[in-house]
Design a protein around this ligand. Structure first.
Ligand SMILES: [Zn+2]
Length: 183
């Protein structure tokens, strides 16, 4: 029943790879890359022992409705990891338990991942806008003659947002100022 939600990032990667990648915007690309990192991170967490069985981390998401930890009984869980044993038993596990079982700061990684993803979605219009402007400027399009110092500033703002950080007020202003040109 949970399969659709559980497998969503992997499915998205598979789905998008069948589309023409050049029709994606810059923000789409960044989100796709984040999805790849999500899948790669889960693979990087070594299988671990719990109650005599070997488990693998297979997903992590924000639970709705809230769940109970199958390991310690903690309720309600807001962030849930799914682990699966070799004989396909699935357990829902809270942050403290997944960190303890894997002996890694798994919950922190996912929190950080989700924050970055939220920021990229929130800054989508700037990421796409600045990327269009900088590309046009590189092609020397007459409407996009930008001086070197501003190109540098805009590139840094773009890079910051691509890395999942939020621009400050001044950075937003310079982005908006240039983006008015493409409306
Ligand atoms: Zn627990």
């Amino acid at each position: 029943m949970e399969t659709v939600i559980d497998e969503a990032p992997c499915l998205l990667v598979a789905l998008v790879s069948e589309l023409r990648l050049d029709s994606l915007t810059k923000a789409d690309d960044v989100l796709l890359e984040l999805n790849r990192k999500f899948a790669a991170y889960m693979k990087s967490v070594f299988p671990f022992q719990y109650e005599g069985k070997v488990y693998q981390l297979i997903n992590n998401y924000v639970a709705s409705p809230h769940m109970r930890c199958d390991v310690c009984g903690n309720y309600p869980l807001i962030e849930v990891s799914i682990i699966r044993s070799e004989d396909c038993q699935q357990l829902h596990v809270g942050n403290n338990c997944i960190d303890r079982l894997t002996n890694r700061q798994v919950s922190r990684w996912f929190k950080n991942y989700r924050k970055k993803r939220e920021n990229v979605i929130r800054n989508r219009k700037y990421i796409d806008g600045l990327s269009l402007i900088l590309n046009a400027s590189r092609r020397n399009e007459p409407a996009f003659q930008i001086n070197d110092s501003d190109i540098k500033k805009l590139s840094l703002v773009l890079e910051k947002m691509v890395n999942g950080l939020n621009p400050d007020r001044r950075e937003e202003q310079i982005a908006e100022c240039y983006m008015r040109r493409i409306k």
